[in-house]
Structures are given as structure tokens and as C-alpha cells.
Design a protein around this ligand. Structure first.
Ligand SMILES: CC(C)(COP(=O)(O)OP(=O)(O)OC[C@H]1O[C@@H](n2cnc3c(N)ncnc32)[C@H](O)[C@@H]1OP(=O)(O)O)[C@@H](O)C(=O)NCCC(=O)NCCS
Length: 275
């Protein structure tokens, strides 16, 4: 990728229908001061204002990095400068591409998630998708399980030995988040109105209660472990192939092998071939 992040047509990454590209952006709490001005120049005045509203420097850095990540990665799929992308939020806050409308941006969609140490960005065409990443070194909020998770999830988690419960908590949490993010509705969807069954190794069972305007069969779930401290869940409306790449925006990018730990149906997982 060139320093400007701009891609000529010839540099564009192919994104076939049926693929989801997952971009992993590891980060610390502070940015590289030499890059700061370049990064800030890509944000809109509103985004810069929003960044400055964060109290802590680490949150301002994460906000800046996330915006630059989205803009620079999207420019790998369409011949647009990172600063040219426009975004709009859906009724429940889900950001979507709002232009420019050109052939390469048609059907292009993304969803992202951030946690301590890692931002994950999912990109696909004509696939509904949601992604969630959690840092599993933080404490599992086991008290929340009885209140917010579906009864079957709480029962199955409670039956596990205490030492295994935090891991199961993060598995359920990331999967639940990935589903509500794919739907774009946030907590409008009650967290106990859909349930994951994880008792079979490597598998992800999924059920929705009748009140949902949705069907469970429509959705495919994947759980990945990009680092020993991070768990990722991806929810998609197609049984897509996932290909992974790691990047520091506007600096470098490379293909990445990431282990799939569970899947609704296990598809091949491979890095994006070098461009
Ligand atoms: C925004 C939400 C979708 C997820 O938030 P989160 O897990 O705290 O944050 P993540 O890092 O995973 O995702 C944040 C990103 O999701 C995107 N997002 C925001 N609203 C969204 C929505 N309605 N749908 C999908 N994605 C959304 C944005 O890109 C956002 O990035 P930003 O914070 O830099 O603007 C929201 O549903 C929420 O706050 N959930 C509550 C968390 C909770 O109680 N979860 C219990 C799970 S068991």
C-alpha cells in the first residue's frame, strides 16, 4: 500500500461475492506522533470534534486509528482516496458507506469492533455482517449471565467447571454481539431472545425465539482466536469464506493466518493472497 492509501484500479484487492475479509489492527495506547498529522488530515471536522470529546488520550488515539483503518482499508477495494469516503449511521447507530457511489462501492459493507490491543474490521459485498472482539484477559462478568443471557445459555455455562466458565462467557458474549451487530439494531434485540449452543466441540448452534422477525437458518457464525488474549466472533448472512489480513493503516499490511475455533459450518480459512 502506498503512503497515501490510495489504490489505483490495478492495486485493488479483489473481494468476490462469498468472501469476508477480516482486517486485524493491533495497537497500543498511544500513536506514532510522526503519523498523527497524516491520520488527522483524513478525518472530517465532525470526526475530529468527536475524537476530541474523549477524555482519555488512549480513547482519542483508538478513535483516530479506527477511522483511518476503515478509510484506508475501504480504499483497497475501490479507486477512492481514504478521505473521500462518506458514512451515515442507521437508526440504531450502525455506520454504513454513504458514498461516493461508483461501481466498486456497490454492495460494499463493513462492521468493526475494538477492544484493548486490537481493532477488527470485517468487509464484504452484499453480505450482512457483524463482528465482535473481546480481550479475554479482562474479568468475565459472570453475574450478568443470569440476567441477560438466554436461560439455556445460562444453564449450560453454569454446568461447566468454574475454571471453564470465563472462557464460555466470552464465547457467548462475542457471538451475541456479532448477531446484534449484523442486525444493526443494538440492544433493541433482547439478549435473552436468542441463544447459542456450544456444548459440541467446534460447533455453534443457534436458535431464535418466535418473537423475532428473523430465522436462525439465515445466519452463519464463526469464532476465531487471533491472539492468546483476543476472541473474535463473526456473524454473516452467507456461509462465506473468511480471509484475514493484518495492518497498521497507511504503513504496512500482510496476509494473516488465524485459527477458527468454532463454526456453524467450517469453511476454508486462508490469508488474502499478496497483491
Ligand atoms: C454498539 C454496539 C452494537 C456494540 O458495542 P460494543 O460491543 O461496546 O463495541 P464494539 O467495539 O464491538 O463495536 C463498536 C463499533 O460498532 C459499530 N456500531 C455502532 N452501532 C452499531 C449497531 N447498531 N450495529 C452494528 N454496529 C454498530 C461502530 O462502528 C462502532 O465503532 P465506534 O465505537 O468506533 O463508533 C451496541 O450494541 C452495544 O453497546 N451493545 C452493548 C454491549 C452489551 O451489553 N453487550 C452484551 C452482549 S452479551
Amino acid at each position: 500500500m502506498r503512503a497515501s492509501g490510495k489504490s489505483d484500479r490495478g492495486d485493488l484487492l479483489p473481494l468476490p461475492a462469498g468472501d469476508i475479509h477480516l482486517w486485524f489492527c493491533p495497537h497500543g495506547e498511544a500513536g506514532d506522533p510522526a503519523l498523527d498529522a497524516t491520520y488527522r488530515a483524513l478525518l472530517t471536522p465532525q470526526e475530529l470534534q468527536q475524537k476530541d470529546r474523549f477524555h482519555f488520550a488512549r480513547d482519542r488515539h483508538r478513535y483516530l486509528l479506527t477511522r483511518v483503518l476503515v478509510r484506508s482499508v475501504l480504499s483497497r477495494y475501490a479507486p477512492l482516496e481514504p478521505k473521500d469516503w462518506r458514512f451515515a449511521n442507521g437508526p440504531f447507530g450502525r455506520p454504513r458507506i454513504d458514498g461516493p457511489e461508483i461501481e466498486e462501492t456497490r454492495g460494499l459493507d463493513f462492521n468493526l469492533s475494538h477492544t484493548a490491543g486490537l481493532i477488527v474490521l470485517a468487509v464484504a459485498r452484499n453480505i450482512e455482517l457483524g463482528v465482535d472482539v473481546e480481550n479475554t484477559r479482562r474479568s468475565a462478568v459472570l453475574e450478568a449471565v443470569g440476567h441477560y443471557f438466554a436461560p439455556a445459555e445460562a444453564l449450560s455455562l453454569g454446568a461447566l467447571p468454574a475454571a471453564l466458565q470465563p472462557h464460555r462467557f466470552f464465547e457467548l458474549w462475542t457471538l451475541k454481539e456479532s448477531y446484534i451487530k449484523a442486525r444493526g439494531m443494538g440492544l433493541q434485540i433482547p439478549l435473552d431472545s436468542f441463544a447459542f449452543a456450544l456444548d459440541a466441540p467446534s460447533d455453534i448452534g443457534f436458535a431464535l425465539d418466535d418473537a423475532h422477525d428473523d430465522t436462525a437458518q439465515r445466519w452463519h457464525f464463526r469464532q476465531l482466536q487471533p491472539t492468546p488474549d483476543h476472541m473474535v466472533a463473526v456473524c454473516s448472512s452467507a456461509d462465506a469464506r473468511i480471509v484475514c489480513r493484518e495492518t497498521a493503516p497507511l504503513q504496512w499490511e500482510r496476509p494473516l493466518e488465524v485459527r477458527t475455533t468454532r463454526a456453524s459450518k467450517i469453511p476454508p480459512l486462508s490469508p488474502i493472497p499478496p497483491s
